[in-house]
Design a protein. Structure first.
Length: 263
């Protein structure tokens, strides 16, 4: 429902690792490794000296083989120590991926909402949040779920039943990121659409796309057939319908320039 346009119907509302750094390995017991290496080196050197005195080529080959074997043994011992003392970064540096989708599922919110839906009551049986305690409060409208979520960061403060615009007839609620505008009022009636609403708050085109109550006739009485669609299906001509108390609280408390994300 909007101030300038057409009637009622349901529409949709659009809102809106880890890695790790491998630590340098720390070699423990290096003094023992060095002693072992030095002993092996000394044996190899002695063997080479004897071979040189005798002038025997075969002894020289044996001495070289002994030296190579000692070096390999020392390297193997170091590798064993490393394996026993090192902690792979993959085991210690894992970081959980951040949550990217703040919208709860229908199942997650079902136990928080009044059931069955009653458009004459608040959507949740608990107090509305104090907006002054949440300077970064923003609004997420989920068209698939027909819900309005009052958010701070990725935390849902309150969930409201909603009915958005009827996309099937080309009257869908605009999707994207918007901000609450200065225009708001206690009621309106559109003769062309033969309907109006209470407690409206503009979020787009300065009085055209609104948050407001379930619709009313010209005499101010609620259109029961339309009110019964709240939270169940798209029903408006682009506006976002709320229950009677939710719309009043929204009008009275949601501040100018509050971000609105509709998807």
């Amino acid at each position: 429902m909007n101030l300038k346009s057409i009637g009622f119907g349901v529409a949709a509302v659009a809102v809106v690792i880890g890695g790790g750094v491998f630590a340098s390995r720390t070699y423990l017991n290096t003094s023992a490794s060095d002693a072992h290496s030095a002993t092996s080196s000394s044996k190899a050197s002695s063997s080479s000296s004897v071979a040189a005195k005798q002038g025997n080529d075969k002894e020289k080959e044996k001495a070289a083989a002994a030296s190579s074997s000692a070096a390999a043994s020392s390297t193997a011992n170091e590798a064993k120590k490393d394996s026993a003392t090192d902690t792979p970064a993959s085991k210690t540096d894992k970081v959980a991926a951040p949550q990217t989708d703040p919208t709860p599922t229908a199942a997650e919110t079902a136990n928080k909402l009044r059931s069955p839906i009653n458009w004459r009551l608040s959507s949740e049986d608990k107090p509305y949040p104090d907006v002054n305690k949440y300077p970064n409060l923003w609004i997420h409208v989920s068209i698939p779920q027909q819900r309005v979520f009052l958010m701070t960061g990725n935390t849902v403060l309150y969930t409201m039943y909603a009915s958005t615009g009827m996309e099937s007839v080309g009257a869908g609620t605009p999707r994207g990121t918007f901000h609450i505008q200065k225009e708001r009022g206690l009621s309106f009636y559109n003769p062309t659409a033969q309907g109006g609403a209470y407690n409206w708050t503009s979020f787009k085109d300065h009085g055209v796309f609104l948050f407001h109550s379930v619709p009313i006739y010209e005499n101010g009485q609620y259109i029961l057939s339309e009110a019964a669609k709240l939270g169940k299906q798209e029903a408006s001509h682009g506006c976002i319908r709320l229950s009677v108390p939710d719309a009043k609280w929204f009008h009275d408390n949601i501040k100018y320039d509050t971000k609105v994300v509709i998807d």
